[in-house]
Design a protein around this ligand. Structure first.
Ligand SMILES: *[C@@H]1O[C@H](CO)[C@@H](O)[C@H](O)[C@H]1NC(C)=O
Ligand SMILES: *[C@@H]1O[C@H](CO)[C@@H](O)[C@H](O)[C@H]1NC(C)=O
Ligand SMILES: *[C@@H]1O[C@H](CO)[C@@H](O)[C@H](O)[C@H]1NC(C)=O
Ligand SMILES: *[C@@H]1O[C@H](CO)[C@@H](O)[C@H](O)[C@H]1NC(C)=O
Ligand SMILES: *[C@@H]1O[C@H](CO)[C@@H](O)[C@H](O)[C@H]1NC(C)=O
Ligand SMILES: CC(=O)N[C@H]1CO[C@H](CO)[C@@H](O)[C@@H]1O
Ligand SMILES: [Ca+2]
Ligand SMILES: [Ca+2]
Length: 586
């Protein structure tokens, strides 16, 4: 099966190179991580190699060639470390060990070796904010072992007028309810910004900072190409005052937005999020990877950072003018603000704001999905999924793809009984669908066989989405035109000089049309036209970008009537409903 898949990919690669002249102008990028194509693998859902229903490292290893054939530069793996799995690996109990159900250290080494062979860089998820309460460090901290006493954020709490113990502050966990949990043994509360079993490390303790740097160096030594760092805004909380008290957070200004007092959104997180020290840590980690390269050689190691935060903080995580930070601060500004009903002008503004606000010498990045959000095919409409793939891949800088987006996978159906995500389980049967992240985590759809070829188990850990028989990788490789083939072409195009380095000129026409050009002087002129709306629109492209008398269709959305290689008159162009198209001046 795998062999046939790969054969099909080779076939596709040979037959899609219609615009041959273009492929000669491929530029060498400045650093490998600049202008790259990143792929997020959720290992639990990617490929199960041993039939236990859970994706694993050997499964990933098997599929590295497939990712390379699609054209990805690097893959980052959601956490693979030892964990009781209450938050599916974001609750690490041993930062130096592999979770047994995912494989062994030997399997991991084989994965890295195979990745080097095929030319895909491996990036690991680094989860510094918290550890599992089953982590040895936490157990030592509970026992107040020397060196570990203040590894976590501990506090006595208070006693109310009825003599009842109360948490130190009103802080709420991102997964609902108090962020403080009483520990009987130590007779103190500890802080957990996420699940009860995810105890926040105390980054105000230099021993913790040093320990986490040790963890990073350990994994860099295995030959990985960098880290994706989790939950930056949560690293630091406001420290206690001289009496050891933590301040309450104010309720949000407009309570009607989130009336539920147990819900995280009820409070204004002035003390538990976005403390300036958190970004300072990112700068220190950048220094670590730079220093590592100086000492050990090899190519540059990348940092990608995860932060749902203000626009200003996202820009600051690139660097503050004095110090460098993240190479790829995930552009969640794009992901959260591009909505199903966004107008063309709104999307253009979102893109331009990022482009114009970045500090000098860094590159943009574009993200539309991850394991915490509904898939963008579902969110923005499957009929527009290719259009958004075209947008993401033709903007300047780095593109980030969540597994399955290249197939336009949609959210799967997960019942209350099947849901396992703590954010879903902490809700109730009537509203878990508003919280559970499981629908975006269903298994990869490889082919039309049992469990979409993901697993031979009777019951995979999450059900496979019901449309897998028609929507899967193999079917898309065999079809004359498919989401995957469009996607592969986009990745190849992105390597061209005009799309790597050409400035972006972008504008909205009316409510629905986004039009932009990418061109570097002396090279190809590309014009991209996206029709967000459901009605066809005629336009004279030359009023915006002069394409002369003829333009070639390089690629377009699946449902488009245009074919790759068609020659069109730019003065009388018809933008079809929900269709994106890339044109090149002939
Ligand atoms: C916390 O409680 C313990 C035991 O009651 C007490 O010895 C300690 O002084 C308290 N710590 C603070 C900071 O109040
Ligand atoms: C949170 O508090 C800040 C000031 O401390 C205020 O400017 C902001 O509007 C508040 N946000 C919300 C959502 O209430
Ligand atoms: C930051 O990175 C730029 C290259 O992007 C480099 O020229 C500069 O020296 C770096 N600054 C520091 C403080 O490392
Ligand atoms: C997106 O908007 C269209 C109408 O423009 C609507 O038909 C569709 O249901 C919406 N999809 C979602 C996921 O909200
Ligand atoms: C789910 O969220 C939507 C949109 O925020 C809201 O309209 C709906 O009432 C919520 N449903 C439940 C069951 O909470
Ligand atoms: C996008 C992302 O990685 N989100 C993670 C942030 O951190 C929490 C806790 O570690 C996870 O639950 C999320 O999945
Ligand atoms: Ca398995
Ligand atoms: Ca924290």
């Amino acid at each position: 099966m795998i062999a046939t898949l790969i054969m099909h990919i080779c076939h596709v690669l040979l037959t899609t190179a219609t615009f041959l002249g273009l492929y000669t102008n491929i530029v060498r990028s400045k650093e490998w991580w600049d202008g790259a194509n990143y792929y997020q693998i959720y290992p639990r859902s990617f490929q199960d190699s041993n039939g236990d229903g859970i994706g694993d490292l050997n499964g990933v290893t098997e599929k590295l060639q497939y990712l390379k054939d699609i054209g990805f530069t690097a893959a980052w793996l959601s956490p693979i470390f030892k964990s009781p799995m209450v938050d599916f690996g974001y609750d690490i109990s041993d930062f130096y060990a592999i979770q047994p159900e995912y494989g062994t250290m030997e399997d991991f080494k084989a994965l890295v070796a195979r990745a080097k062979q095929v030319g895909i860089r491996i990036i690991l998820d680094f989860v510094p904010n918290h550890t599992s309460d089953e982590c040895e460090w936490f157990v030592k901290s509970v026992n107040r072992e020397p060196g570990y006493e203040d590894f976590y954020v501990w506090n006595n709490g208070t006693v109310d007028s009825n003599g009842k113990r109360q948490p130190p502050s009103n802080w709420i966990s991102a997964f609902r309810y108090s962020a403080w949990e009483w520990n009987e043994q130590r007779q103190q509360y500890y802080l957990h910004q996420f699940a009860i079993k995810q105890a926040d490390l105390n980054f105000r303790n230099p021993l913790v900072v040093a320990k986490m740097k040790e963890v990073m160096s350990y994994w860099l030594d295995t030959g990985i190409s960098g880290f994706r760092i989790d939950s930056i805004p949560f690293l630091f909380e406001k420290g206690p005052d001289k009496n050891g008290n933590f301040p309450d957070e104010p309720v949000i200004d407009d309570v009607s937005v989130c009336p539920d007092p147990n819900d995280w959104c009820h409070l204004n997180h002035t003390y538990t999020q976005d403390q300036p020290e958190s970004i300072e840590m990112v700068y220190q980690w950048r220094e670590l990877v730079e220093q590592y390269r100086k000492e050990k050689g090899g190519e540059s190691r990348v940092l990608l950072t995860e932060a749902y935060t203000t626009f200003e903080n996202l820009m600051l995580s690139y660097g503050d003018g004095q110090r460098n930070g993240s190479m790829v601060p995930f552009n969640f500004y794009f992901m959260t603000n591009v909505k199903n009903d966004s107008s063309a002008q709104e999307i253009v503004d979102i893109i331009e704001r990022w482009m114009q606000s970045m500090p000098a010498g860094v590159s943009a990045n574009w993200v539309l999905g991850n394991h915490d959000n509904p898939r963008y095919s579902t969110r923005l409409g499957v009929q527009r999924a290719d259009l958004f793939a075209i947008l993401l891949q033709t903007l300047p800088g780095n593109a980030v793809t969540y597994y399955g987006e290249e197939l336009c996978m949609e959210d799967g159906e997960v019942t209350w009984e099947q849901t396992v995500d703590p954010q879903g389980c902490n809700a109730d049967p009537s509203n878990y669908q508003n919280y559970s992240r499981d629908p975006a985590r269903t298994p990869y759809q490889w082919d039309a066989s049992k469990n979409a070829g993901f697993s031979t188990a009777d019951r995979p850990w999450l059900p496979v989405a019901s449309n897998y028989r028609t929507n899967n990788a193999l079917a898309q490789l065999r079809a004359p035109k498919s989401h995957l083939q469009i996607f592969m072409k986009l990745i190849r195009l992105r390597k061209l000089r005009s799309l790597q380095d050409g400035p972006l000129k972008i504008k909205a026409i009316g409510n629905d049309i986004i039009i932009y050009s990418r061109e570097i002087s002396g090279d190809d002129l590309f014009v991209i036209v996206l029709n967000l709306g459901g009605t066809p629109q005629s336009l004279n492209i030359n009023e915006h970008f002069n394409m002369g008398s003829q333009a070639e269709v390089i690629t377009s959305s699946l449902q488009s009537a245009y074919h790759d290689g068609d020659i069109v008159d730019p003065k009388k162009y018809v933008a079809e409903p929900y269709v994106g198209v890339i044109l090149a001046k002939v």
